[in-house]
Design a protein around this ligand. Structure first.
Ligand SMILES: [Cu+2]
Length: 157
């Protein structure tokens, strides 16, 4: 009888311990980064400049933004920012400055988590030059997280 009770108590303890471990596992931050998002960049002002911006979550929860445009002159220097709004309706005041796009390329680490940018309320835009800052030559809307298609796992071969 005592032996049965002890066995039962041990079983309960084991179940509780297991439940606690499971709970901790759920509560702990997952080690997985938020991943990467590719934002298509479309030409504006008949610039002919198109490409992509790749947003990647860094290990310290910032966001690396890599812009790659074709159609930009090799010696072009084009200011770029993340703005509030969409390409159709942009707040002209930049929110997060990006490294100037030189010859179509720019890499910046922005001190904001990727998920905070993925609200559907931000766009990346590229200006013709410092002198012509009011002329937008390219723009892409950062999608809301809920709009992202799930990235399929690579098929095993
Ligand atoms: Cu801007």
């Amino acid at each position: 009888m005592i032996r049965t009770l002890l066995a039962a108590a041990a079983l309960v303890a084991a179940v509780l311990t297991f439940a606690r471990v499971q709970s901790l596992a759920v509560d702990a931050p997952s080690g997985h980064p938020a991943g990467a998002v590719t934002v298509p960049i479309q030409a504006q002002s008949n610039s002919g400049q198109v490409g992509v911006a790749t947003l990647t979550s860094t290990s310290d929860n910032q966001t690396q933004v890599v812009i790659q445009l074709t159609g930009a002159a090799a010696d072009s220097q084009e200011p770029a920012h993340i703005h509030v709004g969409t390409c159709a309706k942009l707040d002209p005041k930049p929110t997060y400055p990006l490294t100037t796009v030189v010859g179509g390329k720019s890499t910046t680490t922005v001190a904001v988590p990727l998920k905070s940018l993925m609200t559907g309320g931000y766009a990346i835009n590229v200006h013709q030059s410092t002198a012509n800052i009011g002329t937008y030559v390219a723009c892409g809307n950062i999608p809301a997280a809920g709009q992202m298609a799930a990235t399929p796992e690579p098929a095993s071969t």
